[in-house]
Design a protein around this ligand. Structure first.
Ligand code: PHE
Length: 477
């Protein structure tokens, strides 16, 4: 099972790893995107505030509606229980937690302040919800790093929030999910003799020790790809990384220790798992706003799971936030992934369920295993279509007038909402004579709450087919 996390915000290369289905490459198409159609409203209302639309706007109503849900703040919701469990490892007064920052941010906050290059794929309209060309729904909690550093309200902070990304449809991907950002800073001006490394090591001495098995290949990393920053001494970077790693290892001990207890209590854990110490490993990663960067993986029920991304904060970012006297670390963790493990929740759509059979199962501050309500039958339907022959090439990163797999996902979500469980591209070919491209997608309709009738599924599927024609000018086969 793959659960949404981080990957697009690493540098290119591992870009598609959060997609189960390989992405259909961007294919040139007559510009007919629905967001540019004349019937489009001139403003979009988000959290009660209205924003002007332009040809970048691509926030559909079903996404706009999610802004008011705030799952991470509902005390008996698994996302919120997970949030407070992790938050408890970063206590005040050292860490201040921000949990109510609004999701509408500027392109500057979400990308520029973090040093994302202009051609980074994360900026594209196929991956990000644009309110208009200058404003997006935050795609990660890192969007608030610079502002929070600038505030200097505490030495460290956590930020928990809903984040938005256009993405695949399956049991572990949802276009809205939750992240927690964490950061810790030390100022050269306030440690004895300006010796940050010494001050950090002193703190590390006082941190709780753990009996995790830790694999770390950090020493062997490429100094070019993932270097200590020129503004930092090796000793400083080493101390910051050691503090970062110990802090996050302690989170794993707490969170996965609890998950294990819950699994044992439910009779799900194997004897061998109960006996063995928890295992984690640090691996190399790349983010535009940290260096060196790392990823933490945990060994859980037979697999290595990617848990979070982190690193030493880029000095450029701190300088721009008027914090050049400080150095420190930051991490970002996806809460759905952790929550699915803790509570044994098999389908990400359940988090959004308003069915009492879901929410009434949970109690604030307590980890319990999810008891599935009965499983309803799936219904697979295929749709095959020709893309209009292209008039222009889509090269050069132009996202207007190209059909992207995420456009298909959006159409299905628009029509079927949470009654779509999974969508995958099952066939793609180019006609040898006409050069026309054909795609075939398989949609699996299944409600988590009831049996869908045949009629209902047929009607939904017909709407999907029509929407593809209307918005993208495809020719159904
Ligand atoms: N914002 C990154 C993501 O969503 C995660 C991250 C946060 C990485 C902080 C490094 C430091 O992928």
């Amino acid at each position: 099972m793959r659960i949404p996390l981080l990957s697009i915000y690493r540098c290119v290369g591992t870009l598609n790893s959060r997609h189960i289905v390989p992405r259909v490459s961007q294919i040139a198409l007559v510009p007919r995107h629905y967001s540019t159609s004349p019937s489009k409203p001139s403003t979009v209302t988000l959290n009660g505030k209205s924003y002007p639309c332009d040809d970048h706007t691509n926030v559909p109503p079903h996404i706009a509606q999610c802004l008011s849900r705030k799952l991470h703040l509902i005390p008996n919701h698994p996302i919120s229980i997970t949030r407070s469990l992790i938050e408890s490892q970063f206590p005040s007064p050292v860490y201040k937690s921000y949990n109510t920052l609004l999701p509408v941010v500027t392109v500057g906050q979400n990308f520029d302040s973090l040093g994302f290059p202009l051609d980074h794929p994360g900026r594209s309209r196929t991956d990000t919800y644009y309110v208009n060309k200058d404003t997006v729904l935050r795609t990660h909690t890192s969007a608030h790093q610079a502002d929070t550093f600038r505030l200097r309200e505490s030495d460290g902070f956590t930020i928990s929030a809903d984040v938005y990304r256009r993405d695949a449809i399956d049991r572990s991907h949802y276009p809205v999910f939750h992240q927690m950002e964490g950061a810790r800073m030390w100022s050269r001006d306030s440690v004895p003799n300006g010796d940050i490394a010494a001050a950090i090591w002193k703190e590390i001495e006082q941190m709780p020790r753990h009996d995790l098995k830790v694999e770390d290949t950090a020493g062997a990393w490429d100094a070019e790809r993932n270097p200590v920053q020129s503004e930092h001494t090796d000793a400083e970077a080493e101390a910051v990384a050691a503090h970062l790693k110990r802090s996050l290892e302690n989170v794993v001990v707490e969170v996965f220790g609890q998950a294990r207890k819950a699994a044992i209590a439910a009779g799900e854990a194997k004897e061998s798992e109960v006996e063995e110490p928890l295992k984690v490993r640090w691996i190399e990663a790349y983010f535009p706003f940290t260096s060196p960067s790392y990823e933490l993986e945990v060994f859980w029920q037979g697999d290595w799971l990617e848990l979070l991304g982190c690193g030493v904060v880029k000095q450029e970012l701190l300088k721009n936030a008027d914090c050049n006297d400080q150095i420190g670390w930051a991490f970002g963790v996806g809460l759905e992934r952790v929550s699915m493990l803790l509570f044994n929740i098999p389908d990400i759509r359940l988090f959004w369920s308003q069915d009492a059979r879901f929410l009434s199962q949970f109690t604030p501050s307590t980890i319990t295993r999810f008891q599935p309500f009965s499983k309803f039958p799936p219904c697979h339907k295929d749709v095959a279509f020709w893309l209009p022959s292209s008039t222009t090439s889509a090269a050069g990163g132009n996202t207007m007038g190209v059909f992207h797999e995420n456009d298909m996902m959006e159409v299905v979500r628009d029509v079927a909402g949470d009654d779509a469980e999974d969508v995958r591209c099952i066939d793609e070919f180019v006609h040898p004579k006409t050069g026309k491209k054909s795609l075939c997608f398989r949609v699996n309709y299944r409600s988590l709450e009831r049996t869908l009738t045949n009629d209902e599924t047929n009607q939904m599927h017909e709407k999907v087919r029509q929407a593809l024609v209307e918005r993208y000018g495809v020719e159904l086969r």
